[in-house]
Design a protein around this ligand. Structure first.
Ligand code: DER
Length: 253
């Protein structure tokens, strides 16, 4: 299909541009696009000693089935940063902020993304929007089961119309459980403003006028007791990315 071809093309380009065969540690995300990333890495990888950090059971199985060497995130030596981490996204905005969590793997995905010198988001044309929550309707949030009802109530106070506990009706009766044995709450919000939007006066961005900026809503949700992680990946990650961000700011100044 055209979509699968687009996913494969995005993955091939991402690996061509950002996979260095001399890498020692590479992060592998979750979802369907990442399957093409692993295929492309397999085609280019000559070094059998590269260690691949998965972001959940599906990602780990993908690495193993490709004959690549997995290493668990919690056995990484403290001083080791991943050379690069590849992952998909549900939506990406003009500032490269991402909505992630469609596959309910957002916690380990964020752990790995933040441990990488460079985070490469592989997303086909469907994911690209000016602002987050344009097409993808909700922010996925990983929540401790005991706190789920309280978190839903708090999300409504932040302006989410109908936060919903994710269930897997077809595969299992009852709520979906993540690889951490937590719940996912999907919280709809109005389209999120970028930092540029707030600077341009398009809204307060702090919820006071009903509009939220990407980082502000992410921080507000993360601050709720019982929330493990929020499916908003803001900007790039890692020290190299910080330098890019600073460079961007100075060039825009
Ligand atoms: O859950 C995630 O964040 C995944 O990366 C995901 O939603 C992207 O999935 P896709 O590559 O199957 O669209």
């Amino acid at each position: 299909s055209a979509v699968e071809a687009a996913k494969r093309a995005a993955a091939q380009q991402a690996v061509k541009d950002h996979f260095d065969p001399n890498s020692t540690h590479v992060g592998i995300g979750s979802g369907t696009t990442i399957v093409y990333v692993v295929e492309a890495i397999k085609e280019r990888s000559t070094n059998p000693n590269i260690l691949f950090v998965p972001t959940g059971y599906q990602s780990r199985q993908l690495v193993i089935n490709a004959g690549l060497q997995p290493i668990s995130f919690d056995t990484l030596p403290d001083n080791v940063m991943l050379d690069v981490a590849f992952d998909g996204a549900d939506e990406v905005d003009a500032e490269l902020n991402c909505i992630k969590g469609g596959g309910a793997c957002l916690f380990q995905e964020k752990l790995v993304a933040e441990r990488a010198k460079k985070f490469v988001c592989v997303a086909d044309y469907r994911k690209r929007q000016d602002r987050l929550l344009t097409v993808w309707p909700t922010i996925p949030i990983e929540v401790a089961p005991l706190s789920q009802r309280k978190v839903v109530a708090a999300l409504k106070l932040l302006g989410s119309t109908n936060p919903t506990l994710r269930t897997t009706l077809l595969e299992k009766s009852g709520p979906l459980k993540t690889d951490q044995d937590f719940f996912i709450v999907d919280a709809p919000f109005k389209t999120l403003l970028t930092t540029a939007d707030v600077k341009a006066g398009k809204g307060n961005g702090d919820g006071s006028d009903g509009t939220w900026e990407v980082n502000a809503i992410s921080k507000a949700i993360k601050g709720l007791t019982g929330v493990l992680e929020v499916g908003i990946f803001s900007g790039l990650s890692g020290p190299e990315a910080q330098a890019l961000r600073d460079e961007n700011k100075s060039s825009k100044a």
